[in-house]
Design a protein around this ligand. Structure first.
Ligand SMILES: Nc1ncnc2c1ncn2[C@@H]1O[C@H](COP(=O)(O)OP(=O)(O)O)[C@@H](O)[C@H]1O
Ligand SMILES: CC(=O)N[C@@H](CCC(=O)OP(=O)(O)O)C(=O)O
Length: 269
């Protein structure tokens, strides 16, 4: 997959944290505390969020059945307005409100606010689904310089201004690559990649390819491992797949070159 680029300066000491819809409803105190610690330590945090379960519920209310291909929702024109409204109107505002209430200054954003551009992934297969093509690192920098955490909903716009549904893991990887983040943290409802019921502490690209092929990794975990590999490929130094206890800190590569060559994906134990 071609990763997004940034036409502007990178964002220093930046860490992208993606929160899955699986976790949003019950975001723990520990998570908010960890966010505060990171901000206090001077990290530039960008939050990206999903909302898959909220979308499922809203579509079910309208008797709309949706299909996913390897974790990516095939998005028909009849679904896209609902998905935009749920992600921006409901999920994003809820999360931004929660973060602000905790004392951290945050602002809600999406592709409509010009922080990234996107294009159709493969319209004939996925319909109204986007992929990030460019990241406006300067705009992110301005928010962060002003002490505001950008909280980005996974909705983009087409060249003609129509909303596009973007898988949140894919968007997080695109933004992390575009700002040349130090790390990407994918927060979900499982403590890491599991194999035979056990959470693995680290996984290589070869492991991942094998586990996707034999079904150990399936569904919503597929966009995560793809995002992880894409990020490492584009120079992001560390990727962690974890639950919201964020046990320890993001695994940092001691030698970025080795990380890039071996494409290690770290998960927590
Ligand atoms: N090998 C695996 N290890 C852990 N979880 C996996 C694995 N393969 C598939 N999954 C599934 O991926 C889910 C996480 O993806 P998803 O539901 O899309 O979460 P999110 O909303 O956080 O993006 C897990 O709850 C689990 O059902
Ligand atoms: C194109 C695509 O797959 N979009 C996702 C966007 C939400 C998402 O990614 O939410 P999670 O992080 O909770 O999985 C969807 O429609 O479900």
């Amino acid at each position: 997959m071609t990763m997004s680029k940034s036409t502007q300066a990178i964002v220093p000491n930046c860490h992208v944290i993606k929160i899955g819809g699986s976790t949003l409803a019950n975001l723990s105190e520990a998570f908010i505390k960890s966010l505060k610690r990171r901000v206090a330590a001077g990290q530039n945090i960008i939050v990206v969020h999903g909302g898959g379960p909220n979308i499922n519920e809203a579509l079910a209310h309208q008797d709309i059945v949706s299909e996913t291909i390897d974790g990516i929702r095939v998005t028909t024109p009849e679904m896209i307005a609902t998905i935009r409204n749920i992600l921006i109107g409901e999920v994003n505002s809820g999360l931004v409100g929660k973060i602000n209430a905790s004392g951290i200054s945050a602002a809600g954003l999406s592709g409509f606010d010009g922080v990234f551009t996107c294009d159709y992934l493969e319209q004939e297969i996925y319909g109204e689904v986007g992929v990030v093509t460019d990241v406006n690192a300067l705009k992110f920098k301005l928010f962060l310089k002003g002490g505001i955490i950008p909280v980005v909903a996974c909705i983009g716009t087409s060249a003609t201004g129509d909303p596009l549904n973007i898988n949140a893991d894919t968007l997080a990887a695109g933004i992390a690559s575009g700002v040349q983040a130090e790390s990407l943290l994918l927060v979900t409802d499982t403590p890491g990649i599991k194999k035979d019921g056990v959470t693995v502490t680290s996984a290589s690209e070869q492991d991942i390819r094998k586990w996707v092929a034999n079904g150990i990794i399936y569904g919503g975990m597929i966009p995560k491992v793809q995002a992880a590999l894409d990020c490492l490929e584009s120079g992001v130094k560390a990727v962690q797949i974890t639950d919201d206890t964020l046990v320890g800190t993001t695994v940092q590569a001691t030698n970025p070159l080795i990380t890039r060559l071996t494409k290690e994906v770290h998960t927590n134990a």
